[in-house]
Design a protein around this ligand. Sequence first.
Ligand code: DX5
Ligand code: ZN
Length: 224
Amino acid sequence: MSYRIAPSILSADFARLGEEVRAVISAGADLIHFDVMDNHYVPNLSVGPLVCEAIRPHSSVPIDVHLMIKPVDRIVPDFAKAGANIISFHPEASEHIDRTIALIHECGCKAGLVFNPATPLAYLDHTLDKLDLVLLMSVNPGFGGQKFLPSVLPKIEEVRRRIDRAAQSSGREVWLEVDGGVKADNISSIAAAGADTFVAGSAVFGSGDYAGKIAGLRAGLPSE
Ligand code: DX5
Ligand code: ZN
């Protein structure tokens, strides 16, 4: 199993975003998690494709775009053009889930489906064979700095089982990412449940010592 740490720039200093992206990558980030909020699907407003395009030259790692917006499809090509590598969306926000996944692939990006704590995994029944990533929210989306909901742990286990079962026949790799309240003191239980990719906003950007914070998160993961 290989593990990835994806710092969420939602908690970065927006006045110095390019610098923050470079700093967190030198500190060991594997992905840049880019949270897009629309004050409609979630009660907060963040950044869009213009900002993604602006940070693209500063990022030597994939940009992992998490869309918390409704509708989804209109904006997908804009993010692809802005340099996104992975685009994930919430099933409740799409009028046609299969079409949105296909659109993301047509735009040359990897596609992820995001589950809120109360969103049933039934949405995976007919989509998992087309997905590159499953993103499980461990907080209700909209804000950084919330507390991890331990009730999500059995859900992570269930998704791990489904991904492993599907991989036996398809051989495809599907990442299992967890987002919200991930810290150095809970990352081992999240990894033990089956996650391989960890979003961390406040845990990384909360201090100046990004390398120390990322190393602290990695210390909680099994050695690869
Ligand atoms: C929440 C966002 C998260 C958030 C994580 O809606 O999707 O990516 O930035 O922040 P922390 O790690 O502080 O919970
Ligand atoms: Zn996110």
